[in-house]
Design a protein around this ligand. Structure first.
Ligand code: 5GP
Ligand code: SF4
Ligand code: MG
Length: 456
């Protein structure tokens, strides 16, 4: 998911700016979008299933517009399975003794169900199956504390990988889990307005510059006096390596590490680790482009445009069923003449289920590629993510049940190789990294309970 928030001491069209911010974060979630806007008195919420541009047509955007808006938050949602329901769209809102609150959340609380069941037994009510509601209820029930203290208390109670934005009528808050698994950045506009966002691209979209990342375990808030900060609980930083591999947009940096440059370095590393003789290096667009540039640069084999991508197609993994995903590959990709009669090195960022990869190899062969050497800029994904990247259930992860040689045979490539885990860490550099989906070592814990419907 993607989150966004703004605090403006002077009146600003925050509905419009939040729309722009969410549009820049659309790649982080395409299932639902929503925002809250307040002017210190009124508090508007709109959310629905669909893309940002679909949810917020002119009329809908007008309905959340406030001439003297001061605070806003927004959310784009992505989930790969069943919970694509309207009542799970965010931001979530609730009325408390601190006034009405809105919360937008990226990531997962691994102990949300334990906390939820404890709260249910104490009489708490839940409207959704969303773990964000547990966070919101925890904050709401701390009626003796002010909003900042209540949020800090809730952060201490929940574990996992998360980045959240929270607003009241007069304050904007943002916080990141103790390991900093999910990203959150701070920006500021020339007119002084503060911005929080999952990625820098959303800051640039509203004319703000990047100030810094929210730190692991840090709670920041904004009011008339500006930016305040509290370190609630900081542990060894382990930001999600998948942000650099695939998820984040390439026009920015997270935790000080440039996304595009790190992808190029992954490709260079892959070329050193797994060289092969061939005529052309072809990326799977768009996610494989950075690594393919690096692979070509390091190997000296020319980079070429071997797969046309229909710019009107979204990310294929959003499609809910296998058949839909397979048809979407054809909607999205088709080979160019650059592969005809050539030995192709095909570069992609990851193999999840293996189905896209198999189809792409097939497309290239049909188009006359004489050899297809598949190179992947992430290690094999063998474990599920419990921190908000819905790669797939474990049984669907092809690398959890197949060896590299078996995957090669399955996708029909001449050779197949993945970057090593060490090589990936070197290519990203920076602080520590979460690589639990490659290693099974979860820095922020794993869930004990995992079926919300068995609770109530
Ligand atoms: P596959 O061959 O495993 O079906 O698909 C691989 C493609 O899925 C890659 O191009 C990669 O960009 C994309 N992908 C990356 N991350 C995710 C994710 O979180 N979920 C899913 N389902 N696909 C992803
Ligand atoms: Fe990222 Fe993988 Fe860790 Fe999930 S398990 S946070 S996808 S590195
Ligand atoms: Mg891709």
């Amino acid at each position: 998911c993607g989150v966004f928030g703004m605090y403006s001491a002077s009146p600003n069209d925050l509905a419009w700016l939040t729309y722009l911010g969410l549009f820049a974060l659309q790649h982080r979630g395409q299932e639902a979008a929503g925002m809250c806007v307040s002017d210190g008195d009124k508090f508007h919420v709109e959310k629905d299933l669909g893309l940002v541009t679909q949810v917020f047509d002119e009329r809908r955007l007008d309905s959340v517009r406030l001439p003297n808006a001061r605070v806003s938050i927004g959310h784009v949602r992505y989930s790969t399975t069943g919970s694509n329901l309207r009542f799970n769209a965010q931001p979530l809102t609730t009325r408390t003794n601190k006034g009405i609150l809105g919360l937008a959340h990226n990531g997962n609380f691994v102990n949300a169900l334990e906390v939820r069941s404890e709260m249910l037994s104490q009489g708490a009510l839940f409207q959704t199956t969303n773990d964000s509601e547990v966070m919101l209820n925890l904050i709401a029930r701390e009626s003796d504390l002010d909003l900042v203290e209540a949020t800090a208390a809730a952060m201490k109670r929940l574990r996992g990988g998360y980045a959240c934005v929270l607003m009241s009528r007069t304050q904007l808050l943002g916080f990141r889990d103790p390991h900093g698994v999910r990203p959150l950045v701070i920006g500021q506009r020339g007119d002084g307005a503060w911005v929080l966002a999952s990625e820098p691209c959303a800051l640039y979209a509203v004319g703000a510059r990047l100030i810094r990342d929210v730190l692991p375990g840090e709670l920041v808030w904004f009011d008339r006096e500006g930016l305040h900060s509290l370190t609630v609980e900081a542990k060894t930083p382990t930001p999600c390596s998948f942000e650099w591999i695939y998820f984040a947009r390439s026009d920015g940096a997270l935790d000080g590490v440039d996304i595009h440059e790190s992808r190029v370095r992954m490709g260079e590393q892959l070329a050193r680790e797994r060289p092969v003789e061939a005529d052309v290096v072809v990326p799977v667009p768009d996610s494989g482009i950075g690594a393919a540039i690096g692979y070509a640069r390091e190997s000296g084999i020319p980079f070429d445009y071997g797969l046309y991508k229909n710019p009107y197609a979204g990310r294929t993994f959003i499609a809910p069923t296998q058949e839909a995903r397979e048809l979407k590959v054809k909607m999205k990709l088709s080979p160019t003449s650059a592969v005809r009669g050539r030995r192709v090195i095909l570069v992609d960022d990851s193999i999840v289920r293996g189905t896209t990869s198999r189809q792409i190899v097939n497309l290239l062969r049909e188009a006359g590629a004489t050899e297809v050497h598949f190179r992947v800029s992430s290690p094999p994904i063998t474990h599920p993510c419990f921190y908000g990247i819905d790669t797939a259930a474990r049984k669907e992860l092809v690398a959890s049940t197949h060896s590299v040689e078996e995957i090669r045979a399955l996708i029909g490539a001449d050779t197949l190789a993945f970057i090593s885990e060490r090589g990936l860490r070197e290519a990203i550099g920076g602080p520590g990294l979460c690589g639990a989906c490659f290693t099974g070592e979860y820095p922020a814990g794993t869930p004990l309970l995992n079926d919300v419907d068995k609770l109530a």
